[in-house]
Design a protein around this ligand. Structure first.
Ligand SMILES: [Zn+2]
Length: 170
């Protein structure tokens, strides 16, 4: 299953949140327009996964035998980091990045893939839909933050493709 390197400008360049490809975008990113974030100095800017793929990679830093720190380089959005946690019962990605590439997929697959993505708060929702699709795993978020989800995800047990990728924890 290849990455959808879409040229659609649906990724907020300030916070990295991806909106659904082909959707009508809001005038201002809903995440950035919240009082806890900000609209960029040049106003609302959008980018695409295809644009990011021109010069971005993901750097893995090993913290321990079972823990890696993942960051986009050069930095993008708000400098999100994610943790890859290796476990015999299944690997977990803690938080998410607004970018994904083939070397990253190959690295994680070589470690056994992902059993789940768990996201601490909406600044990390970023590209979670694409990560979940590529690794065919659920995303767990806090139910009180569900209002901030811009892409992916219908409530679980709907029996749909996207329904398999959504969970809420509290
Ligand atoms: Zn934004």
């Amino acid at each position: 299953m290849p990455i959808n390197y879409t040229t659609d400008q649906t990724i907020c360049a300030t916070c990295g949140t991806q909106y659904p490809v082909g959707s009508v975008l809001p005038r201002l990113c809903l995440i950035c327009n919240d009082e806890r974030q900000y609209i960029g100095d040049n106003g609302q800017m959008w980018t695409s996964l295809a644009t990011l793929a021109k010069d971005r990679t993901i750097r893995f830093s090993q913290i321990s035998d079972q823990l890696y720190d993942l960051r986009i380089t050069p930095a993008f959005a708000i400098g999100q980091r994610a943790f890859l946690i290796l476990s015999e019962s299944g690997n977990v990605l803690w938080d998410c990045l607004p970018y994904l590439d083939e070397p990253t997929i190959a690295f994680i697959r070589a470690k056994g893939g992902l059993k789940a993505i768990v996201i601490s708060h909406p600044h990390y929702y970023s590209l979670m839909a694409e990560w979940a699709r590529i690794f065919d795993c659920p995303v767990y978020i806090h139910q009180n933050d569900a209002v901030w989800v811009q892409n992916l995800l219908q409530p679980s047990n709907s029996g749909t493709e996207s329904g398999r990728h959504f969970g809420m924890v509290w």
